[in-house]
Write a protein that binds this ligand. Sequence first.
Ligand code: ZN
Length: 189
Amino acid sequence: MSWFRRTTTPSAAALLQGFWTCARCGEEHDGLVHLSAFAPDPWLGDDEYEENADLRLRGNFLSEDLCVLNGEHFFIRGVLEIPIRGVPDSFGFGCWSTLSRGNFDKYLCGFDDGAYPDMGPWSGWLSNQLADYIGTAPEALWVYPQLDRVRPRFRGQNPAHPLAIAQANGITPERALELFAFYGHAPNA
Ligand SMILES: [Zn+2]
């Protein structure tokens, strides 16, 4: 009889606050897995970053913080945070938002020293998929610039959208693990 020796698995909340070995990627994760999109989804150019300082406003450009498409579409990288209930740190999705040329210029103004002409929020369109929160319909964001070279924070504009609801109310630790599994990270094979 071995039923009484069955090991209990740690709760999802406990798992997300300690180190765990990932059955999918083999890495040891320190609590939360933070996901990051390399470029806006419409980007079809090189898979290497140029330096921010080499920004070109004509043609195509991609650095780790800035992107220009066809000299017409302007994107910045920020963080979409989703709180997890019972876990002190938020899940962070590094992703891209469009900005108008005017707000893109404001972002460049304050990029090094935080001296933005205004602190927003600026309006943009989320430019990456996030699991099943975001379908094919464009999703509007509020973009909040941050000081001290911290990446901008993004919030969904439509309070009825599942993404904005998740940001406002938080998600369960189990839901967070589903998100990680969607992106190839899971505690169990
Ligand atoms: Zn992993």
